[in-house]
Ligand binder design. Structure first.
Ligand code: AMP
Length: 507
């Protein structure tokens, strides 16, 4: 029997080595984790889950929840993690759309979800944690503990589906990205090689596990290299400071880095022994990069990926990690930048649509053949929806999502270009530039600023940026806010800002 992803991930594991150390004083060896994943897989089969069935999971972070992913792989099921912030109505859509056979939810949501699960002919079970201490609870854990640890893995090939991850869907309905066994395994292999992970590594894991970053990048890389992780339920600065001394590597979203830098206890001495800091899921400000190096002596390694493609590019491990860029294509992955209108490949430095192909790229959107077809080019490249450029040295720069492109008076304006200038100004901590409907121009450039201290003078900022930008790029309005709206992965939600400021120029 071969199970492509499981055989690949667990090829190097040592039964007695720690897979995970939990903050409340428990550690799980690889052997124990494997046994429990076997119990969970037996329980899945006993619960009627057949190969190919979708298992939807919306639960608080726990090691047991991570092992439910492993159990689904072993049982040939399709793991479908859901953001813990989704409401009952949203969960109902995902369960209905995917046709999930089983929904595992937080015990506190059981009553609210019962009727919906029944109407969708979906079995409902629970997996939670007991308060802040993080011990697992719920019907799944109780039942699995009674099951056999030995489990004969279900045969799965490289092309079989391992997971469906719904995209965050800031415009329109979320789409279910279908990820195959080899999409996940090949990407983990590329990252382990590139980032030089080994069984000597201890990864500080504070990311959520319903998203590709914390689930696949972090956990698959750990399993494949035989490394350990310190598995924290969430990102809290105090916990990070307490556990960094035992770690060798950390993966984070940019807000992890800015929050650590905001704390005086985050010192060079605390992290001298660290081998690698990785950032992704949202742009790391060049300023954060510089501050981080000044404080710690480490250069953050920034990489670029998305739900549909796993990781696409990374700054080099050994070569120059260039701030404001996401580096080079991973081995086996090809990246190009094309003119969105003509489709022709752009010259170096020219901005266009980022397109990727490789073993990392997903198999399509669940139940959406037309949408899938429209997002792939005839030669197999996936159109990411991100705009970017490749510089003369081959580094990829991301300038933003294409849907955030501003067209004012018929001219294309890339928000990132204006944000970079704004971020340099006195008193500006960070910025987001959006297009807002305007009676004359179609859209007008609006800058939303967060001040770094008291008394930000927005007129002065408006004046100061004039010499740096062509006139049509000058913001027609500058708004100062306390903080930018972000989702759980630290991405600025420009759609929220656009909605809030939509009436600004209404006549
Ligand atoms: P998600 O599917 O939620 O992982 O979001 C993927 C999107 O996040 C990409 O299409 C990019 O727009 C953005 N993203 C991911 N990594 C980076 C990065 N290092 N810099 C800038 N944007 C990023």
């Amino acid at each position: 029997m071969t199970n492509h992803l499981f055989d690949g991930l667990f090829g190097k594991m040592y039964a007695s080595r720690d897979l995970a150390v939990l903050p409340y004083g428990e550690s799980w060896s690889y052997g124990k984790a494997l046994d429990f994943s076997g119990q969970l897989a037996n329980w899945l089969v006993d619960s009627g889950v057949k190969p190919g069935d979708r298992v939807a999971v919306q639960v608080p972070k726990s090691l047991e929840a991570a092992l439910l992913y492993v159990a689904c792989v072993r049982a040939g099921a399709v793991f479908l993690p859901l953001n813990t912030a989704y409401t009952a109505a949203e969960v109902s859509y995902f369960v209905g759309d995917s046709g999930a056979r089983l929904l595992v939810c937080n015990p506190k949501d059981q009553d609210a979800y019962q009727e919906m699960a029944q109407s969708l002919a979906c079995r409902l079970e629970t997996l939670g944690t007991t308060g802040d201490d993080g011990w697992a609870s719920g019907t799944v854990v109780a039942a699995a503990r009674e099951a056999e640890t030995a489990f004969a893995n279900v045969d799965r090939s490289a092309e079989d589906l391992a997971a469906i991850l719904y995209t965050s869907g800031t415009t329109g309905r979320s789409k279910g990205a279908m990820l195959s066994h080899d999409n996940l395994l090949s990407n983990a292999q590329a990252l382990v090689d590139l980032w030089q992970f080994s069984d000597q590594d201890v990864l500080l894991h504070a990311l959520p596990i319903f998203h590709t970053h914390g689930l696949f990048v972090a956990i698959n890389v750990t399993l494949l290299s035989g490394a350990s992780m310190i598995f924290l339920p969430a990102f809290k600065v105090d916990d990070m400071i307490a556990h960094l001394p035992q770690a060798t590597t950390m993966m984070g979203v940019p807000t992890f880095y800015t929050r650590l830098l905001d704390d005086d206890r985050f010192t060079r001495e605390l992290v001298t022994h660290m081998r690698l800091f990785v950032s992704g899921s949202a742009p790391l400000l060049a300023e954060t990069h510089v501050q981080f190096e000044e404080r710690t002596g480490h250069r953050v390694l920034e990489r670029y990926g998305m739900t549909e493609t796993n990781m696409n590019t990374s700054n080099p491990y050994d070569g120059e990690r260039r701030a404001g860029t996401v580096g080079f294509p991973l081995p086996g992955t090809k990246v190009r930048v094309c003119d969105p209108d003509s489709g022709a490949e752009c010259a170096a430095e020219a901005v266009g649509m980022i397109e990727v192909t490789g073993p990392n790229v997903f198999a399509g959107y669940w139940n959406m053949p037309e949408k899938t077809a429209s997002e792939f080019k005839a030669d197999g490249y996936f159109i990411t929806g991100d705009l970017g450029k490749i510089d003369a040295d081959g580094y990829l720069h991301i300038v933003g999502r294409s849907k955030d492109l501003i067209i004012s008076g018929g001219l294309n304006i890339y928000p990132k270009e204006i944000e970079l200038v704004l971020d340099e100004q006195e008193g500006v901590l960070e910025s987001a530039v959006i297009g807002v409907p305007h009676p004359d121009f179609g859209e007008a450039v609006v800058a939303v600023l967060v001040a770094s201290g008291e008394g930000l003078d927005q007129d002065a900022v408006g004046e100061a940026i004039r010499p740096h930008l062509a006139r049509f790029k000058h913001p027609k309005h500058i708004e100062v806010v306390k903080e930018l709206p972000r989702n759980t992965m630290g991405k600025v939600q420009k759609n929220v800002l656009r909605d809030q400021l939509a009436g600004l120029f209404a006549s």
